[in-house]
Design a protein around this ligand. Structure first.
Ligand SMILES: NC(=O)c1ccc[n+]([C@@H]2O[C@H](COP(=O)([O-])OP(=O)(O)OC[C@H]3O[C@@H](n4cnc5c(N)ncnc54)[C@H](O)[C@@H]3O)[C@@H](O)[C@H]2O)c1
Ligand SMILES: O=c1ccn([C@@H]2O[C@H](COP(=O)(O)OP(=O)(O)O[C@H]3O[C@H](CO)[C@@H](O)[C@H](O)[C@H]3O)[C@@H](O)[C@H]2O)c(=O)[nH]1
Length: 453
């Protein structure tokens, strides 16, 4: 199958490379010429495990271009994977995806039959997309173009395990109001649904996985499934964080509580890790989009609103905890270990670290930062004075009054705490992800502060 992937980002690249690995010919179309040039040279423009290896394996089946006209030649399916960031009112900004629809409308050939949307869009957008793409079809000037079926195929991959999640998803959702769309996209995914492909060495199939459920549904339901899934996960994290805050007051260890409730199969242990809360490109923007969408129908989404409040409060509470230990932050040196919103990614979108750093700076602290992959990206984004970064974690720790761990990268779990103790000026370690060995730190002479413990 000849497939175009529009948007070579965190979603588009893993999706396209996986489809190429399964035997399809893929053209990536992206407006970012720098990104396309890097990809043409075989370089992945951001950090995501195994994408380099996958690009190497599929290089004969993939092409990269900024040009829609040549990109869409001979293409029968287009996947849309462009960003839909929140605008200043918390609503999804649809400028990119509307521009894509215009370009597809303009440059599609007779061969093009299906447009599959993977971008997260407001409920009902698929219908609008259908009208935008097919607008010539209903006019007198069909210009040799044929009718296009729109399909919603929301994406559930997690950054940091994007390829793994693409090959071994919990489910695949395919929504369309036209049965041929559902059939064509289901067919495309059949190697994954039936798990009848030979996995690359770096992506071993999970034990016991023999088939992946596929949910076929209408356009609107597919679009809502995406938002509902993210909202539920976001609420689950905020729930455990709220219980963690209670643990701190009444006594108790949130890890024990999470274990105790997580063993109930109706609840499950996943996404019950307490800490500084969620960040990233999705939970924040998607919960806000859902709230705004519901408002348009006169509905208030109380639980999702509460989840957001709890989440963003965690970023303040953690600083209050520091202040109870070391008092006023003016002229204090504070180390930040971890900038990415979670490990195994360089993504800094809505990263809790950024808010926490800004709050520390606003209170007059001197902030020293480290991250194994996103340090340079962070430093190039910030124009603030009073920030020092170094790729050597021990140089960052040196002279600090307190150190925060904000992303649970393995290297922080494996620090030489004796050396850290010698290097620091103070002795406060704030574990924003409950990732460190608390007993070891206390034994090494630190004041250890976790979340809900
Ligand atoms: N990042 C995730 O983990 C994730 C997971 C599931 C769903 N999603 C959703 O998928 C969509 C894409 O997210 P992402 O994180 O991959 O974004 P991204 O910013 O990493 O990538 C989007 C790409 O689209 C390109 N682009 C923008 N406008 C374009 C245009 N008019 N024509 C061609 N290319 C264009 C950009 O240059 C960029 O390379 C969003 O709607 C997001 O909500 C993201
Ligand atoms: O128990 C937990 C689990 C996660 N997090 C935090 O939650 C955020 C999001 O984590 P995760 O969901 O693993 O990362 P994303 O890559 O943002 O993936 C989410 O958002 C994507 C974009 O929509 C969806 O496709 C995925 O299914 C959904 O998990 C991160 O800051 C994590 O640190 C916690 O605080 N506690």
């Amino acid at each position: 199958m000849n497939i175009a992937i529009v948007g070579a980002g965190y979603v588009g690249l893993p999706t396209g490379l996986a489809l190429a690995y399964l035997g399809n010919d893929i053209v990536f179309i992206d407006v970012d010429s720098e990104k396309i040039e890097l990809l043409k040279k075989g370089k992945i423009p951001f950090y995501e495990p195994y994408l380099n290896e996958m690009l190497n394996l599929t290089k004969d089946n993939v092409k990269f271009t900024t040009d829609y006209k040549s990109g869409l030649k001979n293409i029968s399916i287009v996947f849309i994977c462009v960003g839909t960031p929140a605008d200043e009112n918390g609503k999804p900004n649809l400028t990119n995806i509307k521009a894509v629809a215009e370009m597809i409308g303009e440059y599609r050939t007779k061969k093009l039959e299906y447009v599959v949307n993977k971008s997260t869009v407001p409920i009902g957008f698929g219908k609008m997309l259908h009208n935008l793409i097919n607008k010539d079809h209903t006019s007198k000037h069909i210009k040799g173009k044929n009718y296009i079926t729109v399909v919603s195929n929301p994406e559930f991959l997690r950054e940091g395990s994007a390829l793994y999640d693409t090959f071994y998803p919990d489910r695949i959702v395919v929504g369309s109001d036209e049965i041929n769309g559902i059939e064509a996209v289901s067919q495309l995914y059949s190697p994954i649904v039936n798990q009848n492909f030979t996995p690359p060495s770096f992506l071993q199939r999970p034990n016991g996985l023999s088939a992946v459920p596929i949910v076929t549904t209408d356009l609107c339901s597919a679009e809502l499934i995406k938002y509902a899934a993210n909202a539920f996960l976001a609420m689950k994290i905020s729930f455990i964080n709220e219980i963690a805050n209670l643990c701190e007051k009444v006594g108790g260890d949130i890890n024990e509580v999470a274990k105790g409730i997580g063993l109930d199969s109706r609840i499950g242990r996943k996404f019950l890790n307490a800490g500084i809360g969620w960040g990233g490109s999705c939970f924040g923007k998607d919960t806000s989009a859902l709230i705004e969408m519901a408002k348009e129908y006169g509905l208030k989404l109380h639980m999702i609103e509460a989840a957001r409040i709890v989440n963003y409060n965690q970023r303040t509470i953690i600083i209050e905890k520091l202040k109870t230990q070391i008092g006023n932050l003016a002229n204090k040196s504070i180390g930040i270990l971890g900038l990415s919103f979670k490990p195994n990614t360089d993504d800094l979108r809505d990263a809790p670290a950024i808010d926490i750093i800004n709050k520390l700076l606003s209170e007059g602290a001197y902030v020293k930062v480290h991250d194994p992959v996103s340090l340079q990206k962070f430093l190039s984004m910030t124009n603030k004075s009073n920030i020092y970064g170094n790729t050597d974690v021990y140089k960052v720790i040196e002279g600090c009054d307190a150190v925060f761990v904000l992303t649970e990268w393995d290297i922080y779990k494996e620090l030489d705490w004796q050396m850290v103790k010698r290097l620091m000026r103070g002795n406060v370690v704030i574990d924003g992800r409950n990732a460190l060995n608390r007993e070891l730190l206390i034994k090494s002479g630190f004041i250890y502060i976790g979340v809900g413990r």
